[in-house]
Design a protein around this ligand. Structure first.
Ligand SMILES: [Zn+2]
Length: 724
């Protein structure tokens, strides 16, 4: 079992002009010249008016690829016009005519941006990629034009300076402080000359991020493992081999293809018995973006790191992380670094012991080699079997996707928050695998729509994430429309989708983000739901994972897909016991990635352009995370989170929020477990509150104390006396 190590991404959408939409990605250098479509924007465009569908759901039955670019261009123009009106208002600045008006300024851009972000990440194609590359720098310039508008900032500053005498309610006061902080962070206090430099840096950064993602997507595709030799796939089930078979009539040669996921380790390593196959797939993975070809990202990331350091220097900060963490819960890079470093000794000591156990198995089989990264999962599986007699193939029949969803994920949300769900087949979707559910509150009132898009496709980014088509806001009269995307193996036709427990955990995780969005009960879209700092936003999702193995929930969904029999107690006990298994590896690979991120983003502006391979090696060595058999979860050159996904100087947040969620779950256990009273209290004090108050205060008021790393180490068996 490897809960907590899926690729968890939550994306923020552009609910206002100043949140970060990341309209990014796409084609190689030349294609950046993609031209403006020149297509007119009028009532025929499906984004022209607010969607007439329930909950203002996107009308995907009417949306064509060619509709996005004119709508995005018009959305930016409309917002600029609105913002200029606010800035030029002859009336003195008030909360209503400035702050609230600004909240209302991006309706069209939100509509199209949310749908565009969804399809470019979950269902992309060449045309969308071209639009993405074309719009990325324009969107960055658009954000700058707003955030660096001196007249708008002067009005916001005037309100900020008098905020305590305006009689504002707490949420409105928070919004004033939030807007001011975001503008200052974006450079609103800079001189005109420095603002011009900043705009240029932002545009360059945006283009480089887009180039990075485009190269990475192409590299991942090119890095698929292909073979015509079925024996090379020994260890995969017949169903898995059938799913890997290239369908007849494809342009590819007949045979089998194993696509790359975006992590260093690949899930099939646990079962592939052919060592040469594992090594070949591993090398495809590790070197995917370092082949010296058009998809090599090393020069791109070195430039990105340097640009970001220069940007921080312009803002008056010693490095990018120092600037970027000002609005986070951790506040400084030192706090993040100290937190990560405190976990390193326990994690690496455990990983080394796990490596010794694996080497012992290899030696006992007289295999005659030293443990390599591509061996870890395969032999760990044997250690696991020897120690727990636990075999993934024994478990999977109890985790059929739909059953996990209805009787696990939905059930827990019902028991905790009173929610119910009903599938709708009348709403259009962007791809035929996507499903839509209407969500009802405890009193039966319609509350939200929730979409899921669970199966892997080669035009979908790796990992799993949540995002929104419509975010909750009482001001705008909007109820949330939220979606979850994952990359579970699609079963061969007619077969049930059987999940690993890791996949099950991912479903609960992403649904935790969805709950954060759907239970939002706030006035302003900028502060709603998941619009929280990175080092808070993973807390509700990771917290929701705990219910996957909570006995009353687990027993409700873990039933055999053919017989309906509950999982035998003995097997259940083994899953429970094996939870702390391999946690040294799991935590070390994540700490290594987090530390790499912080090393890249604490470079001063004066540092020369780095050689990524040398930099990476040095960074891992000096932070005591250079374990030969435990590579970082993402190598620098394919670390999507930090070069494109908005997690730069923020990957530590996954571990930071684990500290928060372990302490939170312990609170539930100490107060009677899964009850409506506990769920409603959590909903009222945390889940519904978004970013409407200081998050440290919100959390500690709910918990009744400060969080520590102890429950986190304990729950992973990483304390000195922890179970192996
Ligand atoms: Zn997440």
């Amino acid at each position: 079992m490897k809960p907590r190590t899926s690729n968890w991404i939550v994306r923020t959408i552009l609910t206002t002009g100043i949140s970060i939409a990341l309209a990014t990605a796409a084609a190689s250098h030349g294609a950046a010249q993609a031209q403006a479509s020149g297509a007119p924007f009028g009532p025929d465009n499906p984004f022209f008016a607010e969607s007439a569908l329930p909950f203002h759901a996107p009308p995907f039955d009417r949306i064509k690829d060619s509709d996005y670019q004119p709508a995005i261009d018009a959305g930016m123009a409309q917002q600029l016009e609105q913002v200029q009106k606010i800035a030029d208002n002859p009336e003195p600045p008030t909360f209503e005519n400035t702050i609230v008006a600004f909240e209302r300024s991006s309706r069209l851009l939100d509509r199209v941006g949310a749908a565009f972000n969804c399809v470019t990440h979950a269902n992309t194609d060449d045309e969308l990629q071209k639009v993405q590359e074309y719009e990325a720098p324009r969107f960055a310039a658009h954000q700058d034009a707003i955030q660096l508008n001196p007249k708008l900032f002067a009005r916001i500053k005037a309100i900020y300076d008098t905020r305590n005498s305006l009689g504002l309610d707490a949420e409105s006061l928070r919004l004033v402080e939030y807007d001011y902080q975001q503008f200052v962070k974006a450079g609103a206090n800079l001189s005109e000359e420095d603002k011009t430099r900043l705009k240029k840096l932002n545009e360059e950064q945006s283009t480089l991020s887009a180039t990075f993602m485009n190269k990475l997507q192409a590299a991942a595709k090119a890095g698929s493992f292909s073979t015509t030799n079925k024996a090379a796939l020994a260890g995969l089930s017949e169903e898995e081999i059938a799913a890997a078979a290239v369908p007849a009539g494809q342009s590819q040669p007949q045979g089998f293809v194993i696509p790359l996921l975006n992590t260093t380790q690949q899930p099939d390593f646990a079962v592939l018995s052919n060592r040469a196959t594992r090594q070949a797939i591993y090398e495809n993975s590790w070197n995917r973006t370092e082949r010296g070809d058009a998809n090599d990202t090393r020069a791109t990331i070195a430039s990105l790191a340097q640009l970001r350091a220069q940007k921080a220097a312009l803002m008056g900060y010693p490095n990018f992380a120092a600037w970027n963490l000002t609005d986070q819960m951790a506040k400084t890079p030192e706090a993040a670094i100290n937190f990560i470093d405190a976990l390193v000794p326990a994690a690496t000591a455990r990983a080394k012991r796990e490596g010794d156990d694996i080497q012992a198995v290899i030696d006992s089989q007289h295999a005659g080699f030293t443990l390599e990264p591509w061996d870890w999962e395969f032999y760990a599986e044997q250690v696991r079997k020897a120690r727990y007699d636990l075999d993934e193939s024994q478990i999977k029949p109890y985790f059929e996707l739909n059953n996990v969803l209805e009787n696990g994920v939905f059930y827990a949300a019902h028991e905790l928050y009173g929610l119910t769900f009903k599938e709708r087949h009348d709403l259009p979707v962007y791809q035929s695998d996507v499903r839509v559910f209407e969500v009802f509150d405890a009193d039966g009132s319609p509350m939200a729509l929730w979409y899921c898009d669970y199966f892997k496709r080669d035009n979908k980014n790796g990992g799993a994430w949540m995002d929104q088509f419509v975010s909750e806001s009482k001001l705008l009269g909007q109820k949330p429309v939220v979606f979850n995307v994952a990359n579970f193996a699609k079963p061969a036709p007619g077969q049930p989708a059987l999940l690993s427990f890791d996949d099950v955990t991912t479903m609960f995780h992403e649904f935790g983000h969805a709950l954060h969005g759907m239970l939002a009960d706030t006035q302003y879209p900028s502060l709603s739901g998941t619009q929280t700092p990175r080092d808070f936003v993973e807390f509700p999702s990771q917290f929701n994972e705990h219910w996957a193995s909570y006995p009353a929930v687990f027993d409700h969904y873990a039933k055999h897909s053919k017989t309906g029999e509950p999982m035998p107690a003995e097997l259940k006990a083994k899953i429970e016991k094996s939870k702390t298994f391999n946690q040294g590896y799991d935590m070390t690979e994540i700490l290594a990635a987090a530390r790499l991120d912080l090393c890249w983003h604490t470079l001063p502006a004066s540092a020369p352009l780095q050689d990524p391979d040398a930099f990476e090696k040095d960074a891992l060595e000096k932070t005591h995370l250079a374990l030969h058999a435990v590579p970082p979860r993402y190598r620098s050159s394919y670390f999507l989170h930090i070069w494109e996904e908005g997690y730069e100087a923020g990957y530590y947040a996954y571990s930071w929020t684990e500290m928060l969620d372990d302490a939170a779950f312990q609170w539930f256990l100490d107060h009677g477990g899964m009850t409506r009273a506990n769920g409603d209290r959590f909903r009222r004090m945390v889940l519904s509150r978004g970013n409407t108050e200081d998050l440290e205060k919100m959390y500690e008021t709910w918990l009744g104390s400060k969080p520590s790393i102890e429950p986190m180490l304990k729950s992973r068996g990483l304390t000195p006396d922890g179970a192996r």
